[in-house]
Design a protein around this ligand. Structure first.
Ligand SMILES: NC(=O)c1ccc[n+]([C@@H]2O[C@H](COP(=O)([O-])OP(=O)(O)OC[C@H]3O[C@@H](n4cnc5c(N)ncnc54)[C@H](OP(=O)(O)O)[C@@H]3O)[C@@H](O)[C@H]2O)c1
Length: 218
């Protein structure tokens, strides 16, 4: 990935209006890249050279597919996609007041949207003579779910699985498919564990009951 970003390119980032995505967009812009920014509030960002905002609700699969068709047609120079947007809702399936629409939104933003975004760029990326990349931002909770955010954890586990399958599908192409757990991009690795998530591969091997028990209580 650093090789891909070693010269100015165009990077699509979802979820740029706050948190990790906003920081990522700022860093990419300050490194001289152009950033196609997608979020519901993307158009509220101050005008910045290199920033190309598109307001879109990624919970709406049709709107997402339509926007991606527009972006692929108008930005042939796009080489990197970072599926970062995500929502985490405290949803208990045993809560009688649970609104099923919340379940659908969480799945749509966290799992379906990255698949739609990837699908839209794949034909262009496959045909590209240059290396290209798709990065999905997942979470340590994909591996050890919490009690209170069941669907979030399940959606991130789904994203982990989707990323692996996509990596298999892209083998033999110049498309690099990566998963950032939480977020981070390093050369030569398919999965990058950030912060406390770094302990997960070790704990999973040595004592998987420890993180499972810790997260079950939260
Ligand atoms: N922060 C953490 O500790 C942590 C840990 C593990 C994994 N992660 C993952 O890292 C990613 C970023 O997290 P964060 O903490 O930076 O989240 P955040 O601050 O809540 O930001 C989420 C971003 O996603 C966008 N978004 C949410 N719903 C959307 C929708 N329906 N349509 C379009 N955009 C939408 C939001 O923009 P709008 O509201 O403007 O739409 C916002 O820009 C997520 O995938 C999260 O699961 C974060």
């Amino acid at each position: 990935m650093p090789r891909l970003l070693s010269q100015p390119t165009t990077v699509l980032v979802t979820g740029t209006s706050s948190g990790v995505g906003a920081a990522l967009a700022r860093q990419l812009l300050s490194a001289g890249h152009r950033v196609i920014a997608i979020a519901r509030r993307a158009d509220q960002a101050p005008e910045t050279p290199g920033l190309i905002p598109y307001a879109c609700d990624l919970a709406d699969p049709q709107a997402t597919a339509a926007l991606m068709a527009q972006i692929v047609a108008s930005h042939p120079e796009l080489t990197v996609v970072i599926n970062n947007a995500g929502i985490q809702l405290p949803l208990r399936l045993d809560d009688p007041a649970l609104d099923p629409a919340g379940l659908e939104r969480e799945l749509a933003v966290n799992l379906l949207a990255p698949a739609i975004v990837a699908r839209a760029v794949l034909p262009r990326f496959s045909a590209s003579a240059e290396p290209t990349a798709i990065v999905n931002v997942s979470s340590g909770l994909a591996f050890h779910p919490k009690t209170i955010t069941a669907l979030y954890c399940a959606s991130k586990a789904g994203l982990h699985s989707l990323t692996q399958s996509l990596r298999y599908q892209c083998s033999g192409t110049r498309i690099q498919v990566s998963e950032a757990i939480l977020s981070g991009i390093r050369q030569g690795r398919d999965e990058i564990y950030i912060g406390k998530a770094r302990l997960l591969p070790i704990l999973n091997r040595l004592a998987p009951a420890i993180p499972r028990a810790m997260l079950r209580r939260s």
